[in-house]
Write a protein that binds this ligand. Structure first.
Ligand SMILES: [Zn+2]
Length: 478
């Protein structure tokens, strides 16, 4: 089996010749990948060509990429899961993975960063504003045996955050983020993806984007494209059942494992996609996929693809699917700094789920229930937190500054829901929904600073600014 894979890998490389620095008219950044997964060795082999344009005002002496797979290596300083979750997700005990660069064309590469989390590429000459650069790299990723964003689980293989992705650009240059066991430490811009992925034909793959599957000699090859997305992810399994429907003309697919009611889960995905499109603005991609998989935190969002955990209680499925689907607006289309302002997308996604459930009482959870539940949870957290010397009430903090999963959940989700409910009560439905729509429209395809969201509200309701400040700084009483 291994020989077949290596031969195929060499063939695929031959079909996709390397290219070096290019220039020309402005076009979207792009990632072109040729990937082969070998289950026996838990290894993904890849060749990736990245075409980038310097849209910043500074010359790039180096180009930096996040190396998220290295968070799973044995020596990692910033662990991908907290101690509380580790026993459950490492279902066979400790297991490790990591990223190895085989070659780089278009610049000199080295692995750096605080936790070997950054791939630094030095091109032969600086890349000046409006200039373009093309890099081609070959690499392998060893997947740990873990039920997490990247790993071989008991029934599925998750490929989240598996390849080098361009660091977001900040005031000080490329932002370098270490992994965080609380929250989603991923901040990235928009790009086009063209991915060719080969693995044994016994597997089926849920993925970002749309494309085709072909089979030959016991292998399946997916050729997938996705335009204008922030990331690319896949989930593979030999056990999926596939369920399809549509939402306002968008094909929606649900890859299920042993969901007791897959039709209902698919229905929530379709109805929430339609509801958000009506409420916030159009869903701009040609398809949407939900996949059931081994995952510790309920769900996880990727562009055009939502993961939901395979151990969700039936009663929680509508909320989780509605929350993850809302991330297609709050994270995918409207980006934000998830590392320092987790409340901005998580609070909005959870609050959006409350709005969806308000509009769909048949799922058994009312809007009032959702708000009351968030208030109860936050007050319980506050009573514990305030008795500790380090009482945490401010919502603006880096993921690494949360004391744990409980504080993260309470501040980014529960307090976020309360914030948006208070805003709605204060400014009224008409202005509230106008503000949200304007935020979705104005920052589609961008990374919106927190101040942008505040400004969208303040422009229509000046009192909103004080409400945001009181919540974000942790001074309000709930
Ligand atoms: Zn979320």
């Amino acid at each position: 089996m291994k020989g077949i894979f290596l031969t195929l890998f060499a063939l695929l490389f031959a079909l996709f010749p390397l290219s070096l620095a290019a220039c020309g008219a402005s076009s979207p950044d792009s990632y072109t990948m040729v990937l082969v997964y070998e289950p026996a060795t838990r290894t993904l082999a890849g060749e990736m060509t990245v075409r980038l344009e310097n849209r910043t005002g500074s010359a790039w002496e180096t180009v930096k990429f996040q190396l998220w797979p290295n968070a799973f290596r044995e020596e990692a300083k910033y662990l991908p899961v907290s101690e509380a979750y580790a026993p459950a997700v490492y279902y066979k005990g400790a297991s490790f993975g990591g990223f190895s660069l085989t070659s780089m064309e278009g610049g000199e590469a080295r692995v750096a960063g605080e936790d070997e989390n950054i791939l630094v590429v030095t091109p032969p000459a600086p890349v000046y504003p409006d200039e373009r650069i093309t890099l081609t790299m070959r690499f392998t990723v060893l997947l740990p045996e873990i039920e997490h964003r990247l790993g071989v689980g008991q029934r599925t293989v998750n490929f989240g955050n598996f390849y080098p992705i361009l660091c977001a650009w900040g005031e000080g240059g490329f932002c370098e983020h270490v992994y965080a066991c609380c929250g989603d430490p991923f901040v990235s811009g928009i790009a086009d993806y063209d991915v060719t992925f080969t693995l044994p034909a016994s597997y089926h793959v849920a993925h970002t984007g749309t494309g085709t599957r072909t089979e030959e000699n016991g292998l399946a090859t997916y050729h997938v494209r996705a335009e204008g997305v922030r990331d690319f992810a896949m989930v593979c399994s030999e056990q999926f059942t596939v369920h399809t429907s549509e939402a306002s003309g968008i094909p929606v697919t649900y890859y299920a494992l042993d969901d007791a009611d897959p039709a209902r889960t698919l229905q929530v995905a379709c109805e929430s996609l339609s509801y958000y499109a009506d409420t916030f603005g159009a869903y701009e991609y040609p398809a949407y996929t939900v996949v059931e998989t081994g995952f510790p935190y309920g769900g996880m969002e990727y562009p055009m693809l939502s993961l939901i955990a395979d151990d969700l209680p039936v009663s929680e499925v509508p909320l989780v699917v509605a929350h993850e689907t809302a991330h297609q607006w709050w994270y995918v289309m409207v980006g934000s700094d998830q590392y320092h302002e987790a409340w901005q997308d998580e609070g909005l996604a959870e609050y959006s789920a409350a709005l969806f459930l308000e509009a769909h009482p048949e799922y058994g959870r009312t809007y009032a229930d959702m708000i009351a539940s968030s208030e109860r949870a936050y007050r319980a957290y506050y009573s514990v937190s305030s008795q500790l010397s380090r009482g945490e009430t401010a919502m603006r903090r880096a993921l690494t500054d949360y004391t744990g999963d409980y504080a993260y959940r309470s501040l980014a989700y529960d307090k976020g829901v309360i914030l948006f409910d208070r805003l709605r009560q204060t400014v009224g439905d008409s202005r509230f929904f106008a503000c949200i729509k304007e935020y979705a429209r104005a920052y589609n395809g961008k990374i919106a600073p927190a101040e942008a969201l505040v400004s969208c509200f303040a422009a229509r309701a000046p009192q909103a600014e004080g409400i945001f400040a009181a919540f974000l700084d942790g001074l309000c009483v709930i």
